[in-house]
Write a protein that binds this ligand. Structure first.
Ligand SMILES: *Cc1c(COP(=O)(O)O)cnc(C)c1O
Length: 462
């Protein structure tokens, strides 16, 4: 080390107090990314380096791909920041956080019209909730088979090809055959009759979705349920129904309270919902409710003697932040039924405005219109000139993230764009999106054949 370097090294912490933010050493050298750096850096510098990198992620509010909350009130953010340090599993140490979790479960059970003896749990999201629901189905089926002296080695679960990937995971991780009900070119939800026809004595349950991820539509849950009642009576099986209400569970109770999709239907034994979707909480919370304590097999519940208290748990994870639960409870208290209804009604109205406007533009045809959950999908009437994938990447140049993808098996030749509206998306923003979409299609329509993409007409190289 030269004298200069020595002096410089010793001098740096003192001089850095005066160094301009982007005048420091760390701003001109590459930061080590794949090994732990040898030395420390200042807190402000570390903050800046990371914050600057994350800027390139894009603006979460313009991300129309995600269902997950990207805006909460400052008061909720404050509460959640104050409770980052609470480990939800330490129920003995944080009994009030534990109580708040219990209240949230009760509130959701009540919202889903569950009977008195229901039970439930929070989870890290609907994915964990789905694993728990699937396990309960598998365990209960195995008990029923054992009681009849029947084999228990080939369980199956009936579900649409439109299910979210977590169901595939469940089937693979827990060794359950996934019996898929295909879609059709003009139908993106399960067909009730076809669903029921797949039942046999090894069926652990059926899954129906309230708000599919592809189009936002509600599956015909009551129709499936009523056919299942008849089927069970005929076969003597006790096949239960689970509703994946990840996205619709906090929409339907407010916008369509008369719609029977929940515990009002007796064969629905469990329902999952994502608190971080239309429950309006930042990512990290999901919920699962069982109709009756007996629908959750006792041997899946662990009674942990934790620092002197008996703590029943049924989750895959142990430690988890308690602050999302606090955020969920804040929303429940702050909004109440009226508040949620108002927000969902506004979102539906903006979604309908947007879908109708897009339908009238000319090149597009709607697959759904956002009248269930504020989510809709649309396709190009003539995909020869340009594709939904090109459109999607062009919209990204305006900052909008609108995903393009193919529909599930049975309708896989259809390529669509999907828009998910969340709290924080106003009519004004919808109008800005329409403007940019119009500009984008004008551009693409006037494009001169293959290869070259014309610059926007108003752009001048001055
Ligand atoms: C989002 C979603 C899931 C997964 O939920 P996470 O909360 O993201 O884990 C499962 N099913 C459906 C229908 C969904 O929309």
């Amino acid at each position: 080390m030269t004298d200069f370097e020595k002096t410089n090294k010793i001098a740096e912490p003192i001089s850095s107090v005066l160094t301009p933010s982007y005048g420091g050493r760390m701003m001109r050298e590459s930061v080590p990314k794949f090994r732990l750096p040898d030395g420390e850096m200042e807190a402000d510098t570390a903050y800046r380096v990371i914050n600057d990198e994350l800027m390139l992620d894009g603006n979460a509010r313009l991300n129309l791909a995600t269902f997950v909350t990207t805006w909460m009130e400052p008061q909720a953010e404050r509460l959640m920041a104050q409770t980052f340090d609470k480990n939800l599993i330490d129920k003995d140490e944080y009994p009030n956080t534990a109580m708040i979790e219990e209240r949230c479960i009760k509130i959701i059970a009540n919202l889903f019209n569950a009977p008195e003896n229901s039970t439930g749990s929070s989870a890290i999201g609907s994915s964990e909730a789905v694993m728990l629901a699937g396990m309960a189905f598998k365990w209960k089926w195995r008990d029923r088979q054992k009681a009849k002296g029947k084999p228990t080695d080939r369980p199956n679960l009936i579900l649409g090809t439109n299910v979210q990937v977590v169901w595939e995971k469940f089937c693979r991780y827990w060794d359950v055959e996934a019996r898929y009900v295909p879609m059709a070119p003009d139908r993106y939800v399960i067909d009730p009759q076809e669903t029921i026809s797949k039942i046999d004595e090894n069926t652990i349950g059926i899954v129906a979705i309230l708000g599919t991820t592809y189009t936002g539509e509600y599956e015909p849950i009551k129709a499936v349920h009523d056919l299942l009642v008849a089927s069970n009576e005929e076969t003597g099986f006790e096949v239960p129904l689970h509703v994946d209400a990840a996205s619709g569970g906090f929409v339907a109770p407010f916008l369509e309270p008369e719609l029977e999709w929940d515990f009002r239907l007796p064969l629905i034994k469990s329902i999952n919902v994502s608190g971080h979707k239309y429950g309006l909480v930042y990512p990290g919370v999901g919920w699962i409710v069982w109709r009756d304590k007996s629908d959750l097999p006792e041997d899946l519940i662990f009674h942990v003697d934790y620092l002197g208290g008996d703590m029943p748990t049924f989750t895959l994870n142990f430690s988890r932040p308690g602050n999302q639960i606090v955020g969920q409870y804040y929303n429940f208290l702050r909004l109440g039924r009226d508040g949620y209804t108002r927000i969902m009604d506004n979102l539906r109205s903006v979604a309908l405005y947007l879908s109708q406007t897009i339908a009238q533009m000319g090149p597009f045809e709607l697959l759904s219109d956002g009248s269930t959950i504020p989510v809709f999908a649309f396709k190009l009437k003539n995909p020869d000139k340009y594709s939904v994938y090109t459109l999607s990447s062009h919209l990204r140049m305006h900052g909008w993230q609108v995903p393009a993808y193919t529909m599930p098996e049975g309708a896989e030749d259809i390529h669509v764009l999907r828009i998910v509206l969340r709290e924080g998306f106003s009519r004004d923003m919808a109008e800005l999106l329409v403007k940019d979409l119009t500009k984008t299609i004008d551009n693409l329509e006037n494009q001169s054949g293959a290869g070259g993409e014309q610059p926007a007409r108003h752009f001048a190289h001055t």
